[in-house]
Design a protein around this ligand. Structure first.
Ligand SMILES: [Zn+2]
Length: 102
């Protein structure tokens, strides 16, 4: 199995992955490779926003997440991975709340 080093287009994290895995991730995200955390965040973004807005697509979710990553990266005090973990935690917290919007 061929192992390649790839760099996340969002947060810049480097990972060594099999070419098979790289290809499958790229085909999921329109030719862009995202690390595990970023792809999770994009999927999460797409799920939550896509529910409210039908026209909200994968590209929008990726754009939103990339600008989120840029914001974190511009603040050297915050680690990207930590920021994302916090975001995911906050999101899952939101989901467990009863829906009050009717
Ligand atoms: Zn990433």
């Amino acid at each position: 199995m061929e192992i390649d080093s790839v760099r996340c287009e969002c947060c810049g994290l480097r990972e060594d992955c099999t070419q098979e895995y790289i290809t499958s991730v790229k085909s999921n995200f329109g030719g862009i490779w995202l690390c595990g955390l970023c792809s999770e965040a994009v999927r999460d973004e797409l799920m939550s926003k896509g529910k409210k807005k039908k026209s909200y697509g994968l590209e929008d979710a990726m754009k939103a997440h990339m600008s989120f990553c840029r914001r974190i990266k511009s603040n050297p005090a915050v680690c990207v991975a930590d920021g994302m973990r916090q975001m995911l935690r906050r999101r899952s917290g939101d989901l467990s709340k009863p829906a009050s919007v009717s």
